[in-house]
Design a protein around this ligand. Structure first.
Ligand SMILES: NC(=O)c1ccc[n+]([C@@H]2O[C@H](COP(=O)([O-])OP(=O)(O)OC[C@H]3O[C@@H](n4cnc5c(N)ncnc54)[C@H](OP(=O)(O)O)[C@@H]3O)[C@@H](O)[C@H]2O)c1
Length: 337
């Protein structure tokens, strides 16, 4: 079978198509024929050497996919042949609070990922996906979808009347926009592009702020909330945005620390404004299978459709990563098999 893997060094020049044996499921495992994969910012981090310091063995890329069950291990009983499933991002995190040990079970680093014609996963690490979604749409859920669900619903407790700020128009932020709208919140989207802000409005955003035109976007958030500040902010910027997120927050508001797109170390973190706002910082690390299943029920009930920018065929997988690096997308980039 064909796989896309990184080997021998970092950077896209070390990402290659390779041949491997079709894996055989163990007693409690399932063989899946992969139909579609979606890319996450983390996959570029793996390629760049940020997440996977040890590349002594080739690593199959990407965490998120959907596929069809084609064979079952002798004791596997949660799924049947022909059903459509997704692997959960953190394979061993089923429910409740995660443990440190769970972090060694994430797909696409350190475990082999999903950009392969076939994968074998433990049956406990799989979920059904909503029937009405296309394969590409369903493939966007495991990392970006579950992260946004965890931040907005499971821990964020966002409710009608709240104001939520989402930064940028990438995968996590657009899911967060959609989930916040389900709860009846008002959503402010920040973006580098007016064109993307217009697309975000079509997805339900109430207000848009172009952070290139208005680098002090926190002041605009305060204006839009009549000085009160936002109830919840999805911070994907990290270094460049966290102080601004605190400045844009209402007293007692909450920031989901999700991303590090502008760097993972915040120099000059302003403690006093954080205290004055009684800022509650909740760091998010994707989520459990139970969260994924709850999210799927909500997606199905409301017939939500993930935002997909572009789909590439498997033969052009490396072009898909190049397009992703280029940064001019809105929502998710997928690869079909
Ligand atoms: N903690 C977790 O569990 C978790 C899970 C998933 C992702 N993440 C992290 O969250 C971040 C976003 O992931 P993703 O997959 O959603 O990324 P993505 O789809 O690649 O989205 C990136 C988008 O964010 C916007 N952006 C870039 N730099 C920004 C900045 N300095 N300030 C505000 N917006 C900025 C841009 O949108 P515009 O062009 O519209 O400005 C860009 O297109 C990444 O750092 C990723 O590693 C963390």
């Amino acid at each position: 079978m064909k796989v896309i893997q990184i080997q021998g060094g970092y950077g896209l020049t070390h990402v290659k198509q390779a041949e491997r044996q079709i894996p055989v499921p163990g007693p409690n495992e399932v063989l899946i024929k992969v139909r579609a994969v979606s890319l996450n910012s983390r996959d570029l981090g793996v390629i760049g050497g940020f997440y996977q310091p040890d590349l002594s063995n080739p690593l199959v890329l990407t965490s998120d996919a959907v596929g069809e069950v084609v064979a079952l291990g002798a004791q596997a009983s949660r799924f049947s042949i022909g059903q459509r499933v997704s692997g959960i991002f953190t394979q061993s995190w089923i429910s409740g609070e995660a443990t440190q040990a769970n972090w060694s079970s994430t797909l696409g680093s350190p475990l082999d990922g999903m950009l392969a014609e076939y994968v074998v996963l433990p049956e406990q690490g799989l979920v059904h996906v909503p029937d009405y979604l296309t394969d590409e749409e369903a493939a966007t859920l495991p990392c970006a979808g579950v992260t946004a669900w965890h931040a907005i619903i499971e821990e964020g407790n966002v409710k009608a009347g709240d104001t939520v700020v989402v930064q940028g128009t990438g995968g996590v932020s657009l899911f967060a926009l959609q989930f916040a709208k389900l709860q009846g919140a008002s959503v402010i989207v920040t973006s580098s592009s007016d064109e993307k802000l217009e697309k975000a409005r079509q997805l339900g955003a109430d207000f848009g702020i172009n952070y290139r035109v208005q680098p002090e976007w926190e002041e605009e958030v305060l204006k839009l909330t009549e000085g009160r500040g936002a109830d919840h902010i999805i911070d994907v910027g990290g270094a460049a945005t966290l102080n601004q997120s605190i400045a844009a927050l209402r007293v007692g508001g909450r920031i989901s620390i999700v991303g590090l797109l502008s760097g993972g170390s915040v120099e000059g973190f302003h403690v006093v404004p954080a205290i004055l706002r009684r800022a509650r910082l909740q760091a998010i690390n994707v989520g459990s299978r139970e969260m994924f299943e709850s999210m799927n029920r909500a997606i199905k009930n409301h017939k939500l459709r993930p935002a997909i920018d572009r789909v590439f065929p498997f033969e052009q997988a490396i072009d898909a990563f190049k397009y992703f690096e280029n940064g001019s997308y809105f929502g998710k980039i997928c690869i079909t098999l």
